[in-house]
Design a protein around this ligand. Structure first.
Ligand code: ADP
Ligand code: MG
Length: 305
């Protein structure tokens, strides 16, 4: 199946009061993928996700979920998506079992098709099935939110900062569950996180938004290709007459007289860079390397304004 799980066109959101949180986003999420939505605080990630969830109304644009247009087929598009929100909004007077039953009722899941016990088991809340939500720890509440997102068996699961501020054990449990849902049920997963290593480990595709605009969208492999950008800084004995030139290697003369050779480590070797420097007649006094990491690439894409 080469369908898009989500298709977004020209999506804009201006909140009451005038804050323009989304400035025209075009984005598709392939079915069956684990998709990472990254961006600094205030970028518009939750706004986008809450629009998908039907919790925030868009100002402009088109949203399709599992092929269903949100405006033309609101019921079907809503049934295709489950959202674990960033906020811990749980009714304190419900037990986990009660909360799941109510949620199933809201989505019109017939009693015979409810899998309440299985879902509680999956998120490790079986022994808390009858405890009041207000007595649950923060981690348990998060797991309950995940469980609630799953009651209507959605094709697309969206997790908004699921691991922000949770301990390592819960983080691992969440990721195990997410992987299983993706691998065993082919569920499409969209998650936001600001742990870049997490996105690197989990996601097939990554989109980065900043100030309500999409600044990057690519497969993880391609983004990691950017991340292998390396810089070798050479201090020459004397200033070169002209800068060396070779496809795949960018050379820049810095103010301190050093030459910065930037190249992609996946297709150019350090030796090729040194060779280029030598063939230009440079006498090398000193060499050091600067390595870009995911953090840097992320910052270079999001810190320009
Ligand atoms: P993120 O999830 O990427 O941190 P948000 O989508 O929560 O970003 O917020 C994007 C921008 O919209 C921020 O400037 C935020 O202050 C603003 N915003 C979010 N929710 C509201 C709201 N309900 N009313 C007004 N402004 C909001
Ligand atoms: Mg957010």
């Amino acid at each position: 199946m080469t369908q898009d799980a989500i298709r977004i066109n020209g999506l804009k959101k201006t909140y009451e009061g005038g804050k323009q949180a989304l400035k025209g986003i075009d984005l598709s999420v392939p079915a069956g993928s684990i998709f990472g939505l990254l961006g600094p605080n205030g970028a518009g990630k939750s706004t986008l996700i809450n629009i998908l969830a039907g919790l925030v109304t868009k100002t402009h644009g088109k949203v399709q979920i599992w092929g269903w247009d949100q405006d033309e087929n609101p019921r079907q598009s809503r049934a295709a998506i489950g959202v674990m929100p960033q906020e811990l909004n749980l009714d304190p007077f419900f037990t986990p079992r009660g909360a799941l039953e109510v949620q199933a009722g809201l989505y019109g899941v017939p009693k015979s098709q409810r899998r309440t016990a299985d879902i509680l088991e999956m998120v490790g809340l079986s022994d808390k099935a009858e405890a009041y939500a207000r007595t649950l720890s923060g981690g348990m509440r998060r797991r309950l939110l995940l469980a609630k997102a799953l009651v209507h068996h959605p094709q697309v699961l969206v997790l908004d900062e699921p691991t922000a501020g949770v301990d390592i054990e819960l983080r691992q449990m969440l990721w195990r569950n997410v992987r299983r849902l993706n691998e065993e049920r082919g569920m499409t997963i969209i998650l936001t996180t600001h742990y870049l290593e997490e996105a690197e480990e989990m996601c097939d595709e990554i989109a980065i938004i900043n100030h309500g605009e999409l600044v990057a969208h690519d497969t993880k492999t391609n983004l990691l290709g950017q991340i292998t950008a390396k810089t070798m800084v050479i201090t020459p004995d004397s200033a070169p007459a002209s800068l060396p030139d070779q496809p795949g290697i960018t050379v820049e003369q810095r103010r301190d007289g050093t030459l910065a050779f930037t190249y992609n480590a996946s297709d150019t070797s350090a030796e090729q860079v040194l060779d280029l420097a030598k063939t230009t007649g440079l006498t090398i006094r000193d060499v050091r390397t600067e390595q870009a990491d995911l953090q840097e690439v992320f910052l270079s894409l999001t810190s320009s304004r």
